[in-house]
Each structure stands twice: as C-alpha cells, then as structure tokens.
Design a protein around this ligand. Structure first.
Ligand code: NAD
Length: 241
C-alpha cells in the first residue's frame, strides 16, 4: 500500500524536489501551497490560515493514514532588528513558525491513532548559527529547531518522530530572490555575489534542492527509525568552520 506524505510549500525549490522524490518513491503526496503545481495532489493553502490548514489536513486524515508530514513552506527576510517592522516580523513568524505549528497540530491526531509518523521541519543552518541582517528569519528557524525537539519528546510514546533539517545555502528561487534583494540594496553585481557565496562554502559550491530532498526521504523512512529530536545539517561544511 502507498504511504501518504503531506508537504507544505511543495510548488517550488526544496519543496518541489521533495514532492518529486517522494512521488518517485511511490508515496501519495499532498502539496499544500499558495502557488499551484502539477506535481502531487495540490491543495491551495495559506499556511498562515490555521483554520484552512486544519480543514485541509482533516479532509486528508479522514481518508488516509498520514505517514509523513514535512513543514517546508517558508520565506526569507533580510534585516537587522532595527530594520524589521512589526508587520515584517509578524509575516515571517506567521509563515515560518505558526504555519508549522498549525499543520503539526492538525496531523498529530491521525499519527497518534496509528502509532506511527515522521515529522520533518525545514529549518536552516541559521537554527545553529547567526548570519548578518537576518534577525527575524534566524529567530524563526531557531524556533523550528525547538519545535522539532519538543515534539520529538512529547510524541515519542506514540512512535512519532520529529526532526529538523538544517540546509546551508541552497540554489532555489528563494536564494535568487535574497541575492537580488541584496544586489538591489547594495548595487553589487549578481554574478560576483553568486561566486562569492559559492566560495564561502567549504565544498566550494552551493547546495542543490535535490540533495536536501534525499536527506528528507531518508529521515522519513524506516532506515531512520531511531532518529528523533535531531537537527540534521546539510550545508557543505559551512557550520563546521
Ligand atoms: P522557495 O521560495 O523556492 O519555495 C517556498 C515555497 O513556499 C513556495 O512554493 C511558496 O509558494 C510557498 N509558500 C510561501 N508562503 C506560503 C504560505 N503562506 N502558504 C503556503 N505556501 C507558501 O524557497 P526554498 O528555498 O525552496 O525554501 C524552502 C524552505 O527551505 C524554507 O522554509 C526556507 O526557509 C528553507 N531553507 C532554504 C534555504 C535556501 O538556501 N534556499 C536554506 C535553508 C533553509
């Protein structure tokens, strides 16, 4: 029987690679995203809308055993604490943190009933280290690492595992947007900034979304059944420095 996986933010970047890889591995995949996608079973969803997230996940839960939930939807935001308005702070936290909270709360009853489940939160290397001009984003990713750990402890007795994936710089539309914003602000040349970013990584290149998807697939599988409450770094060596 096919396993069922729900992914948020599966229409682009890392999420899209996850959807494709899980489909290739015979999962039934539901993609909850604002933007439509032809991959998986698309459900139009704004993760900041707790009621909508709850209703969509309840509909899926009523029909299927949920084996895997991946909270991946997220936005980047650059700025120091002084640069960040209350509205910008709320937006980052509503998408990156409240979105994960709402969806995990909604999948847990199904996973508890079946005494089985793998939850994966897309955090960041910024759950472990700080970067310049990243006040709200950094805090939001640290919060996700905490959510993975507390959820792992509280639900281990139901055989539900929760882990956070901490990617370094991965070449996705979100990355390109962040670089574009920086170049617009500073007047820097995009080609040079991109080359500098790659040179900052010990492996000398940026990560690819497919590489993150492989780690997520492993964490979701029974091969990882003793791994819970962990922060899994995938960053080309960046945080080892
Ligand atoms: P992306 O912008 O390519 O994709 C993000 C997806 O989330 C998009 O499909 C978008 O429509 C969706 N989304 C945004 N707001 C939403 C909302 N309110 N409701 C539902 N869906 C929404 O980004 P990406 O680079 O693939 O990032 C995916 C995740 O990985 C994010 O949580 C990001 O913080 C994290 N991450 C990315 C990098 C990187 O370098 N790209 C590094 C570390 C962590």
């Amino acid at each position: 029987m096919k396993k069922t996986c729900i992914v948020t933010g599966g229409s682009s970047g890392i999420g899209l690679s996850i959807v494709k890889l899980f489909l290739e591995n015979q999962y039934r995949v539901f993609n909850l995203d604002l933007a439509p996608s032809e991959y998986g079973e698309f459900k139009a969803c704004d993760v900041t809308n707790k009621k909508q997230v709850g209703e969509i996940i309840k509909t899926i839960s009523d029909e299927y055993v949920i084996d895997v939930f991946i909270s991946n939807a997220g936005i980047h935001f650059s700025g120091t604490i002084e640069d960040t308005s209350e509205a910008e702070f709320d937006r980052v936290f509503n998408i990156n943190v409240k979105g994960a909270f709402s969806a995990i709360q909604a999948v847990l009853p199904n996973m508890k009933t079946n005494k089985n489940g793998a939850i994966i939160l897309m955090a960041s290397d910024q759950a472990l280290i700080a970067k310049h001009n990243s006040f709200a984003y950094n805090m939001s990713k640290t919060a996700l690492a905490s959510m993975a750990k507390t959820t792992a402890l509280d639900y281990a007795k139901f055989n539900i595992r929760a882990n956070a994936v901490c990617p370094g710089t991965i070449e996705t539309p979100l990355y390109h947007q962040a670089i574009d914003n920086y170049c617009q602000r500073s007047g820097a040349d995009k080609h040079n900034v991109h080359a500098e970013e790659a040179a900052l990584q010990p492996l000398g290149r940026l990560g690819q979304p497919e590489e993150v998807a492989e780690l997520v697939l492993f964490l979701a599988s029974d091969k990882a059944k003793f791994i819970t409450g962990s922060l899994q770094v995938i960053d080309g060596g960046y945080t080892a420095q």
